[in-house]
Design a protein around this ligand. Structure first.
Ligand code: C2E
Ligand code: MG
Ligand code: MG
Ligand code: MG
Length: 282
């Protein structure tokens, strides 16, 4: 399956508005049937402790292959699923599958493996969301502290409601990360008073160290702020050794990116896991 990527990648970006609408409509029709046709799989990208190179967890990332459309990027179909409300059943499937897989890996002896799952805004606000999380944890047997939910700064738009949801999630015992941190509008006032565990610094800031002194200053400031507010700080989109060095020097503990791994299929992750576990012992 992976070999076909690129070759048969559904083009979305480089097209006119009219073409985009037409493509969106084609995606919609297929998306409505994708779950029942088993067209989704989850890939997993390792999260690495930067100073030791050790695995600390994985982020689940959805992949969709449709016979006619080929591979469709989640950046293209998740917003459509969100708009159509399909994100509710699809999101439930993602959460269940990620938790199930994590338990399977733990049972195989993959130690202390935690899993992060992206939650879209509509899913987060859905009245049955908390119950869904509780049910899936119970169903799969995953201990709540091994699950981290990645949400975005858009939760700041309705701070009262979001706070209530976050408080309940804390009671359930799952962790929460703010994904793509720095790209939205976070009120710093609210940020430090919300029950959030982690901020994930957006790739655009990590890229900054190769761009300009100003961008470096921003990256450094975000890391420092995160630490002062006692969040775990995770860097996304790490592609170079010098980014790793910079982050370690500024005591950003955890990161993910192509420098370490692309998101991996279950099979490839298991192969990689065994190889690195062996290498770390030797
Ligand atoms: P995200 O959650 O911020 O995920 C990070 C994205 O950056 C992923 O793209 C990942 O493959 C990519 N990435 C990781 N490391 C690097 C790197 O070093 N360089 C570059 N250029 N890219 C890197 P992906 O898998 O295409 O997902 C895109 C977005 O779609 C995600 O951003 C997330 O917002 C959404 N998404 C993906 N899977 C899910 C899902 O299961 N549920 C929901 N609700 N959204 C998802
Ligand atoms: Mg994410
Ligand atoms: Mg992100
Ligand atoms: Mg992102």
């Amino acid at each position: 399956l992976a070999k076909e990527r690129g070759k048969n990648n559904y083009q979305f970006y480089n097209s006119s508005l009219h073409e985009k609408n037409e493509k969106k409509m084609r995606i919609e029709g297929k998306l409505r049937k994708a779950l029942e046709h088993n067209e989704f799989v989850l890939y997993y990208q390792p999260k690495i402790e930067l100073s030791t190179n050790r695995l600390v967890g994985v982020e689940a990332l959805i992949r969709w292959y449709n016979k006619e459309l080929g591979f469709v990027s989640p950046a293209d179909f998740i917003p459509i699923a969100e708009e159509l409300g399909l994100i509710i059943p699809i999101g439930k499937w993602i959460l269940r599958e990620a938790c199930r897989q994590c338990v399977e890996w733990q049972q195989l002896g993959f130690k202390n493996l935690s899993v992060a799952v992206n939650i879209s805004p509509r899913q987060f606000k859905d009245p049955s969301f908390i119950q869904t999380v509780v049910n899936i944890l119970e169903e799969t047997g995953l201990s709540p502290h091994y699950l981290e939910l990645e949400i975005t700064e858009s939760i700041m738009e309705d701070i009262k409601r979001s706070r209530a949801i976050l408080e309940k999630l804390k009671q359930v015992g799952v962790k929460v990360a703010i994904d793509d941190f720095g790209t939205g509008y976070s009120s710093l006032h609210y940020l430090c008073h919300l029950p959030i565990n982690t901020i994930k610094i957006d790739k655009s800031f990590v890229d900054g160290i190769h761009i300009s002194a100003e961008k470096v200053a921003i990256l450094q400031t975000i890391i420092d702020m995160g630490h002062r507010l006692q969040f775990e700080v995770v860097a996304e989109g790490i592609e170079t050794r010098s980014q790793v060095d910079f982050l370690v020097n500024h005591s950003c503990q955890v990161g993910q990116g192509y420098y370490f791994n692309k998101p991996l299929s279950v099979n490839d992750f298991e192969k990689w896991y065994i190889a690195q576990a062996f290498a770390n012992k030797a």
